[in-house]
Design a protein around this ligand. Structure first.
Ligand code: DGL
Length: 271
């Protein structure tokens, strides 16, 4: 029997933090990852543009016969998930719902902070998802755009990273949050610096871990999980030349990236 792969996409390298958790949870599954490195960042772009890009990428991955799609990019999940679900018939898992579910279940004081890109925060997708679960929870949000380039540069625990996170997170800390959602693919790389800034009374929620659990559960409930005795293969596509993706991606994935190919999406979808 031939088993289809899990498709996963992000605006660039950041989604590799989600892929890493998916591989950890489901080592038997094949994966196909697409990083839209020619058009990153998504966090500063309009919902219409991000949705058009997401449609093109999903068409490309669906043409490779994937069995499930993970929208690893928080910004794309925030603004495009519903449109993707309407257009494509395979199961589609975003990162917002899983992160929101986890945050709602761990908060004790009912004060949850959410950080993300401008696009994610402007969409209020996390706040809406958390409030759907529990309307009593107060959600305090903050866009932290500078954390993306810091993570890509590998400046995750130096003086610049500390000052930047302190400046961004001061308001959330003063508001008395006890839970903080890392609502961007890049932020898990800054986890230690963020934890040191907000203190050990604030629980950090990494959407990547919770998303991997949702992927495993979705496959299991639809009978699509590959037998545990198998070993997955991993393929990577990027929309710009692979050099930058390889350099930064190895740090994100914590391993040696292989089989990275450049692809053009222009012919995939015309909206
Ligand atoms: N992947 C994006 C996200 O999680 C961050 C990088 C970008 O702005 O494209 O929102």
């Amino acid at each position: 029997m031939s088993w289809k792969a899990i498709g996963i996409f992000d605006s660039g390298v950041g989604g590799l933090t989600v892929l890493k958790e998916v591989i950890k949870a489901l080592p038997q599954e094949d994966t196909v990852y697409l990083g839209d490195t020619a058009r990153v960042p998504y966090g500063t772009k309009s919902p219409e543009t991000v949705t058009r890009y997401s449609m093109e990428i999903t068409s490309f991955l669906v043409s490779r016969e994937i069995k499930l799609l993970v929208v690893a990019c928080n910004t794309a999940s925030a603004v495009s998930l519903e449109a993707l679900k309407q257009r494509f018939s395979i199961p589609i898992v975003g990162v917002i719902e899983p992160g929101a579910r986890r945050a709602a279940s761990v908060t004790r004081t009912g004060k949850v902070g959410v950080i993300g890109t401008e696009g994610t925060i402007r969409s209020s997708a996390y706040a809406k998802a958390i409030k759907r679960i529990n309307p009593e929870i107060e959600v305090i949000t903050r866009a932290c755009p500078l954390l993306v380039p810091l993570a890509e540069e590998g400046w995750v625990d130096n003086e610049v990273a500390r000052l930047t996170t302190e400046t961004y997170l001061r308001g959330l800390k003063n508001a008395g949050i006890d839970t903080l959602v890392l609502g961007c693919t890049h932020y898990p790389l800054l986890k230690q610096t963020i934890a040191a800034t907000v203190g050990d009374r604030v629980q950090l929620v990494d959407s990547a871990e919770e998303t991997a659990r949702t992927v495993a559960e979705t496959l299991r409930s639809s009978g699509l999980t590959r037998p545990a005795s198998e070993k997955g293969n991993h393929h990577y596509f990027v929309t710009d030349v692979p050099a930058g993706f390889l350099k930064v991606g190895n740090r994100f994935l914590g391993g040696a990236l292989e089989d990275v190919h450049q692809v053009s999406l222009e012919k995939e979808e015309k909206c």
